[in-house]
Design a protein around this ligand. Structure first.
Ligand code: MEV
Length: 446
């Protein structure tokens, strides 16, 4: 078949580009030029190409900064990587707003990471439970060469539990292992430990004297960390007297407390209606993902975990809460965040390293706090807009810049378009018509 490739991963980058552009583009030369233009210098490219297989170019996103984030009394300029035009502006505006109202407060509620060894065992459950007492210690010991370093840093295996799921699936058990991985996200460490435990489990049942035949039969199905880490949890909150939220009231054209109450109702709606909750939480992740990305962490893991946590009551709900207590507004976010500040991409990607340096090389717990504060800020900005001006105003102002850029507008044309579209609806075709008419007018005046 013409469009399939054999041994593709072994080809040189030039061969891959040649093949892809020849088979999948109507103008291979143009595609080749774009792919080549977005490459870095040889040394930098070598680092990037090392991250994945079959890299043929770079997909670049803006690296932005949201200044003025006061978190637990310390001011941060927060690095954010996102393509969504209004996200950094919204985070910066909320950071500035809360800077004058005591800033963001956070509390790390836990840093426990989890992993599982899933296995089948054919003996009686009570017998396995009885054997587990000494098995547990042996499982811990068999990993000592892997865990020694982590233990020196204050981490390692915290506990091993045996869970019986035979009521759901015949012969199915699980070792649920909890870990402390200090400043690293710890995925490789956890998976190495689990695979060692899986091997050891098989070895023990094969070699242990005094077991009946059916008790020797163990089958390890898989060993893998769990990205659901509900006890790697951080709480972030902001608070102030309702009277200090006057400008929220003004933009809503409402009396003070009524605007804040409307804000709280918007958050309550995201607790009772999953359709709203998903969009509400998506707004939170606009901020969270951007910092997770900038610092070289795994945003898919953070997202998957956050959404599972949002479902912990069996219904998908808002991750944030808002309330007014005795004239005091309190807005908080509780979210599991398994992130690291050492190891993995954090040390390899030059911009991830720089992002962490910008944050003062934080510990993983400090990074959890910063990220949660940004998520809360993002949510505050979104809900504030939604219950006052609506989001399209700010959104479209940023979107206008993208359209102008796409249409190759000059500085002067951009300024004229921004002036023209103030208070008007922005659409791609309207901006194009505006530019065409302006260009025609300029042409006829020459
Ligand atoms: C857009 O990316 C995010 C929002 O829709 C979030 C929300 O509705 O809360 C504005």
């Amino acid at each position: 078949m013409e469009k399939t490739a054999k041994g593709f991963s072994k080809w040189s980058k030039a061969e891959k580009i040649e093949w892809v552009t020849r088979h999948f583009f109507s103008d291979p030369e143009r595609a080749k030029k774009i792919l080549t233009d977005w490459q870095r210098s040889e040394a930098e490219q070598k680092i990037l190409d090392g991250f994945t297989e079959n890299a043929i170019s770079n997909y670049t996103l803006p690296f932005s900064v949201a200044p003025n984030f006061l978190v637990n009394g310390k001011v941060y300029a927060v690095p954010m990587v996102t393509e969504e035009s209004s996200v950094v502006a919204a985070a910066s505006s909320a950071a500035r707003f809360w800077l004058e109202r005591g800033g963001f407060h956070t509390e790390v509620l836990g840093t426990v990471k989890l992993g599982q060894v899933h296995f089948r065992w054919y003996g009686r459950p009570e017998r396995l439970q009885a054997l587990f007492g000494c098995l547990k210690e042996r499982l811990r010991c068999c990993c000592e060469d892997i865990t020694a370093n982590m233990q020196r840093r204050g981490g390692g295996i915290r506990d091993i539990e045996l869970l019986n799921f035979t009521h759901l699936e015949p012969h199915y058990y699980q070792l649920l292992v909890s870990f402390e991985t200090c400043d690293s996200m710890g995925a490789n460490f956890i998976n190495s430990v689990l695979e060692r435990m899986g091997d050891h489990l098989e070895y023990v049942f094969e070699t242990e004297p005094g077991l009946a035949d059916d008790e020797r039969d163990v089958e390890v199905v898989m060993c893998i960390l769990s990205n659901f880490t509900p006890n790697c949890l951080v709480r972030a909150w902001v608070e102030c007297p309702v009277s200090e939220l006057e400008d929220l009231a003004q933009t809503a054209g409402l009396p003070g407390a009524a605007a804040v109450e409307r804000f709280c109702m918007a958050v309550r709606i995201a607790h009772l209606d999953p359709y709203r909750a998903v969009t509400h939480n998506k707004g939170i992740f606009n901020g969270i993902d951007a910092v997770v990305m900038a610092t070289g962490n795994d945003f898919r893991a953070v997202e998957a975990c956050g959404h599972a946590y949002a479902c912990r009551s069996s219904q998908y709900r808002s991750l944030s809460h808002a309330r007014i207590d005795n004239g005091h507004f309190c807005f908080e976010l509780k979210i599991p965040l398994a992130v690291g500040t050492v190891g993995g991409l954090t040390g390899l990607h030059p911009l991830a390293r720089l992002a962490l340096e910008m944050l003062g090389n934080p510990s993983a717990s400090e990074l959890m706090s910063i990220i949660a504060a940004v998520g809360l800020a993002q949510n505050f900005a979104a809900v504030r807009s939604l219950v006052t001006t609506g989001i399209q105003d700010g959104h479209m102002r940023m979107h206008l810049n993208n359209i102008l850029q796409h249409l190759g507008a000059s500085e002067a044309e951009g300024a004229a378009a921004r002036e023209h579209f103030k208070g008007r609806t922005v659409s791609f075709s309207q901006v194009r018509t505006f530019l065409e008419q302006r260009r025609a007018a300029v042409q006829s005046n020459v």
